[in-house]
Design a binder for this molecule. Structure first.
Ligand code: NAD
Length: 305
């Protein structure tokens, strides 16, 4: 079986993920609908396809997708030009996009009916995790498909979890991101309160990192500038992980919660806060820019327009 990997969606996450596969000696061909992203791929000298047929020329052993949302995954796999009708039975399909469980199961089941192995494998760890190959993969699908995919996922990530059957990867990811959305607002509230109390934010940040108020947004991805190198808050809140993506994930969480009658009051609040922020034109800012909402007139940092 040829080792050619077709990679669709080389945006903020897909680009460094594809790069790590190439660095590990894999033959990778990429495709994206965005000219901007293709130009970035050209800078890194990726092998670039002009369209899906071009991408799937030759014998492709694996397709990896890293797309924004369920509608994009559905179009790419099951649409008019859907790859599900274009790949061979021994091609493994890996959708790393964070999408709704229903679409994830629908795509995976269609693949299964055609005898094609597929997993949903959304990731946690952000662009730094993608660049450093330290992503956590949350996999849904059969044990066979998981075992087949694992060596490739290990090139791009550090922790590879088999969460359960098809759709469970996305289910686990949706739960994780609901907690992340809530904790990013919590971290922002704490740091902005410190600012209004005239306590040195750097000191409060250092204290929280070593105290019970620590969280991923505090230690890895602080929502205010000057606390950690290389995070979006230090780069005028350019994403990173966009507020639009977080809003999408919180909506998915609330839909799931309603369906199974789970009580998620903080998740609902976080969903409303991000939804409003996005409707005010901030979808393309990093999700840590939610600190602006929390900070009000005390928030005086640089943000990209
Ligand atoms: P992104 O918007 O930067 O990249 C997605 C890419 O998919 C874009 O370049 C877009 O042009 C491309 N695309 C869309 N439709 C396409 C199609 N039909 N054919 C080919 N290409 C297409 O998004 P991202 O930040 O890389 O996120 C991708 C996924 O990963 C999302 O589901 C997101 O929720 C998830 N995720 C992102 C992060 C993060 O920190 N950015 C972290 C964890 C998970």
């Amino acid at each position: 079986m040829s080792e050619l990997i077709a990679f669709i969606g080389v945006g903020n996450m897909g680009n460094p993920m594809a790069e790590n596969l190439i660095k590990a000696g894999k033959k990778v061909r990429v495709y994206d609908v965005s000219k901007e992203m293709i130009n970035k791929a050209k800078e890194k000298k990726f092998d670039i396809a002009n369209n899906i047929d071009d991408l799937l020329t030759g014998s492709v052993s694996t397709v990896i997708t890293m797309l924004p949302a369920g509608k994009h995954s559905k179009e790419v796999y099951l649409g008019k030009e859907g790859i599900i009708n274009k790949v061979s039975k021994d091609c493994l399909l890996i959708d790393c996009s964070t999408i709704d469980i229903k679409t994830s199961v629908e795509i995976g089941t269609t693949a299964k009916e055609k005898g094609i192995k597929m997993i949903d494998a959304p990731v946690s760890g952000g662009i730094m995790g993608a660049k450093n190959a330290t992503l956590t993969f949350l996999v849904g699908g059969s044990k066979d498909a998981f075992d087949l995919a694992k060596p490739l996922l290990e090139i791009m990530g550090k922790n590879i979890f088999h969460a359960g059957e098809l759709g469970c990867g996305n289910g686990a990811k949706i739960c994780n991101n609901m907690a992340l959305g809530i904790s990013m607002i919590g971290a922002s509230e704490a740091l902005m309160l410190a600012k209004r109390l005239n306590i040195d934010i750097k000191k409060v940040h250092e204290i929280m990192k070593n105290a019970s108020g620590n969280s991923w947004p505090i230690s890895v991805y602080p929502p205010l500038p000057g606390l950690k190198e290389g995070v979006p808050s230090n780069n005028k809140y350019r994403p990173g992980f966009s507020a639009g993506m977080m809003s999408k994930d919180l909506k998915l969480a609330i839909e799931c919660a309603e369906e199974v009658k789970a009580n998620t009051p903080l998740g609902s609040n976080a969903n409303n806060i991000y939804d409003k922020f996005c409707k005010e034109g901030n979808s393309n800012k990093d999700f840590s820019a939610i600190s602006k909402v929390v900070g009000g007139d005390a928030w005086d940092y640089e943000i990209d327009d």
